[in-house]
Design a binder for this molecule. Structure first.
Ligand code: ACO
Length: 340
């Protein structure tokens, strides 16, 4: 039977690393506070002039190389991002151009931190419906550009980066590949976490990069993530606990069947809570939040890529991907690893 397989992976992190200890003194924060509350030690920050599409293109090139393919072999490009280069055209269109493709469809998904999980569910559904055989799915963010660098309660939490996978719909004689997905949203929580430029009476022509005013680490910021952290934390733990149960039950599986948890990387304590619920030791959980911070839609593919680079997966392993983000939107995918 045909299944959606991950056949190539790539990840890109900007060169510049910002350690907790190098955060501006005016923030009145500390390495100890950030580590203790979040597990974050550092984050990568895109260079001036380096846009979300650049990060996405770099990760995509790696994924294609890893799959042994070129862009000519790909049927569609999807970019999950909440920091597009500009409001329109889509970042996926820009990536398509930068990769040298023509004619194949390209579009963005906006599901904030859950963008990659939503994207994988979408591609799997479209492949099962016969639309595509090979798709490039990318999660890419330049979060540093939408932060208020004078707000210590949010700016310390995020970082920039991109992760990409090449997905192929094929029959490899096994039951490996994407097993299924579960997605949710609840707009009643829309005010708890947002980047609301309109309310601040600001015009952001390209909030992820192009044409946006330069933001410096000591600036008051022109755009800002606003968050009621405690409530986000509580809801994330609750809904992630429920969604992992739901997706396992839907496919007749239990936590005992899992080999790896690939969680969204927002906060080590949220990750630990989900791992505890699944009775999984942290040895079987991808943790990159310490090095990457929260890269929103890029966090799940980057975390999966990090484990892949360590040869952590073997054919037949069961992976559970999960994410939670602003909206709120959340979801999970079950994948039986097939790549050698
Ligand atoms: N450094 C030092 N002190 C700080 C900082 C900081 N960076 N940030 C906040 N504080 C202070 C606050 O001002 C507050 O001081 P007060 O008691 O004098 O008023 C105190 O620390 C406690 O603040 P809380 O917000 O209650 O701290 P909490 O323990 O909840 O931790 C945190 C805050 C880390 C944001 C936590 O709530 C959290 O991780 N929430 C999840 C949100 C998240 O990860 N969002 C990302 C996007 S959504 C997602 O991806 C899941």
């Amino acid at each position: 039977m045909k299944h959606t397989h991950i056949i190539g992976l790539g990840g890109y992190l900007p060169e510049q690393i910002l350690h907790n200890k190098d955060l501006p003194a005016a923030l009145e924060t500390s390495d100890a506070w950030i580590r203790e509350r979040t597990g974050i030690e550092q984050r990568h920050i895109a260079a001036e002039g380096q846009f979300t599409s650049d990060l996405a293109t770099a990760a995509a090139k790696q994924a294609l190389e890893d799959a042994g393919l070129t862009i000519d072999d790909i049927d569609a490009i999807i970019v999950a991002t909440t920091t597009p280069d500009m409001v329109f055209p889509s970042t996926a269109s820009i990536v398509q151009f930068k990769l040298g493709a023509t004619s194949i469809p390209a579009w963005d998904i906006q599901a904030v931190c859950s963008g990659f999980v939503y994207g994988l569910a979408q591609v799997d559904g479209m492949m099962r419906g016969g639309m595509f055989e090979r798709v490039l799915l990318i999660g890419a963010e330049r979060m540093s550009h939408i932060l208020d660098w004078s707000d210590r309660s949010t700016c310390v939490l995020f970082g920039d980066g991109a992760g990409a996978v090449v997905l192929e719909y094929r029959d490899d004689g096994t039951e490996h590949g994407v097993i299924g997905s579960t997605l949710h949203a609840d707009g009643a929580y829309r005010d708890l976490l947002m980047a609301n430029h309109a309310q601040r009476n600001q015009v952001i022509p390209g909030f992820g990069g192009q044409n946006a005013p330069d933001l410096r680490l000591d600036s008051a910021g022109v755009a800002a993530v606003e968050m009621r952290g405690n409530e986000v934390f509580r809801t994330a733990v609750k809904q992630l606990g429920a969604v992992v149960d739901e997706v396992l039950e839907l496919h007749g599986l239990t936590h005992n069947d899992l080999d790896h948890l690939i969680p969204h990387q927002a906060n080590l304590r949220i990750i630990q809570a989900t791992a505890k619920k699944l009775k999984m030791s942290l040895d079987h959980v991808a943790v990159t939040v310490n090095k990457h911070a929260n890269t929103s839609a890029a966090s799940v593919p980057l975390a999966m890529h990090a484990l892949y680079q360590q040869n952590a997966f073997k054919a037949g392993d069961l992976l559970l991907l999960e994410a939670f983000g602003a909206g709120f939107v959340w979801g999970a995918n079950l994948v039986r690893w097939s790549k050698q």
